[in-house]
Write a protein that binds this ligand. Structure first.
Ligand SMILES: [Zn+2]
Ligand SMILES: [Zn+2]
Length: 256
């Protein structure tokens, strides 16, 4: 299985990095995790065909993770796609996503391919195929908005994920609220950690990596301004530790 960073940027639009998105590629199935603004161009930049993508998993509905979904589906239609597309989405967000596509004039009858919504619940293990599965857990990223929803209309679902594939466990934080979210999967033996850096400090990530025994940490969701801080932090570490913390860039790929 190959994991590639389609985007490693933060919520700030940058000329250096697309918004945060991961690409999991297995023999039979290719999954994108998050589809923010610019995702279609990020995919093209990596020489990936829209029709190679079998599924899209959405962590939450911030524009840097979700705003590109309808545009990406339109690109699939324009490429005369016929193979089905899976959309993995928390059950509390599924209706919003369906409506968003409908209101973007994406009507099922107009597509030559099916969209299968796979709605997941908290802590449920979702099997993507025989090679890869994931477990979602609610994190605190969106808690700060709850006070604004006076009419109680919104779901504030935002998931972190544990991906399981090839006997390895990969913890992908997605966007989180604070460092306690780094321990959502502390009951598991984690091999790799892919973490955002916008809402936690590098020291908090470093400590969590130690406590969780993660063999390698990939840093993503990076703004242009963050790069200097990351370099400073990494340079303050012993060389042997520095090698286990990797700053992601768009197009960076590794096999597990
Ligand atoms: Zn984000
Ligand atoms: Zn977010």
């Amino acid at each position: 299985m190959e994991i590639k960073f389609l985007g490693s940027g933060s919520g700030k639009t940058s000329l250096k990095r697309f918004h945060s998105s991961l690409y999991f590629s297995t023999n039979e199935y290719n999954l994108i995790v998050d589809a923010g603004d610019g995702i279609s161009k990020a995919i093209l930049s990596q020489q990936i065909s829209f029709n190679q993508i079998n599924g899209i998993l959405i962590s939450h509905l911030h524009p840097d993770h979700f705003a590109g979904l309808s545009g990406l589906i339109v690109q699939m239609k324009l490429q005369a796609r016929t193979i089905a597309l899976d959309i993995f989405i928390h059950k509390n967000l599924a209706e919003t996503v369906r409506k968003n596509l409908y209101q973007s004039y994406i009507f099922n009858e107009k597509l030559d391919f099916e969209i299968n919504y796979i709605e997941f619940e908290e802590a449920e293990q979702i099997k993507i195929n025989k090679e890869i599965s994931f477990i979602p857990k609610q994190n605190s990223h969106l808690d700060k908005y709850k006070k604004y929803d006076k009419l109680n209309l919104m779901s504030f679902s935002c998931s972190s994920f544990l991906f399981v594939g090839e006997g390895k466990k990969i913890f992908f934080t997605g966007d989180i609220g604070n460092d306690s979210d780094l321990y959502l999967f502390s009951d598991y033996e984690i091999d790799l950690m892919i973490t955002e850096i916008s809402h936690v400090s590098l020291m908090e990530i470093y400590i969590a990596g130690k406590k969780l025994n993660a063999k390698k940490i990939y840093l993503t969701h990076i703004s242009d301004e963050d790069e200097e801080d990351i370099n400073k932090f990494l340079n303050s570490l012993e060389p042997i530790e520095r090698g286990n913390i990797v700053t992601a860039y768009d197009g960076m790929a590794f096999n597990i």
